[in-house]
Ligand binder design. Structure first.
Ligand code: ATP
Ligand code: NCN
Length: 198
């Protein structure tokens, strides 16, 4: 885990950004990250442990605890666990992406999300400008495949769908859907099972 410093990326590198509450991080996060690296040809993935999802009402566990636990789960040489949105002072993804693109010119950022988030994407703040700013890699999640592919965002962006292997090199708007072996892990289930207490 990198503390308050900034992760390293050099121009031309393809860096996936997996934003999330990570309340707590789980094996599903790790699995989609390693699949995303392979399928979307990413050099690294940064986990952005968010101060709070603007669409969620519940208060998550403390950021410090979530980051520390995520760093334990993401034991991988090409994953950086960060709290960059605190450093950037951004709550909305559109602002996070704008700040990272300004700070890392020439780095090819790809926004990653599970397909549950694609189904909701049209409700995000400035979602069209996000789609115009970075390629988006979507990873299949149980129960959210068809709803995502038939949802508002997927339909409006239907002409921008590209093959997974080309995604990171495409200029946005560009998105790709990876039909990975699906995993049922979820933070909600871990909280409900009492494995993680807020
Ligand atoms: N099992 C999974 N399969 C595919 N994508 C996943 C999976 N778990 C999490 N994701 C994706 O990882 C990102 C971060 O997820 P998040 O931290 O909210 O975990 P979560 O398990 O979805 O949490 P919660 O149950 O609290 O909503 C989101 O884009 C989410 O869609
Ligand atoms: O910017 C938005 O409007 C927005 C709305 C919903 C979710 N997000 C981001 O999507 C990521 C996944 O959120 P979550 O809480 O489902 O893990 C995380 O980085 C959030 O900040 C962003």
């Amino acid at each position: 885990m990198r503390g308050p410093d900034w992760p390293i990326a050099t121009p031309g590198q393809a860096v996936g950004l997996l934003g999330g509450s990570f309340d707590p991080a789980h094996q599903g996060h790790l699995a989609i990250t390693t699949e995303a690296m392979k399928r979307f040809a990413l050099d690294r993935v940064w986990w952005l442990v968010s101060p709070g999802n603007p669409l969620k009402r519940d208060t998550p566990a403390s950021l410090e605890r979530r980051v520390a636990h995520a760093a334990d789960v993401a034991h991988h040489p090409r994953i950086d666990v960060t709290a960059l949105e605190v450093q950037i002072k951004a709550r909305f993804t559109a602002d996070t992406i704008a700040a990272l693109k300004a700070r890392y010119p020439g780095v090819r950022f790809v926004w990653l999300m599970g397909s549950d988030n694609l189904a909701q994407f049209h409700k995000w703040d400035r979602w069209k400008s996000i789609a115009g700013a970075v390629p988006i890699g979507v990873l299949a999640r149980p129960g959210h495949r068809l709803s995502a592919l038939n949802g508002t965002a997927a339909r409006m962006l239907r002409h921008s769908r590209v093959p997974a292997g080309l995604l990171a090199q495409c200029d946005p708007p560009a998105w790709s859907f990876a039909n990975i072996p699906m995993r049922s892990d979820s933070s909600t289930a871990l909280r409900r099972a009492g494995v993680w207490k807020r």
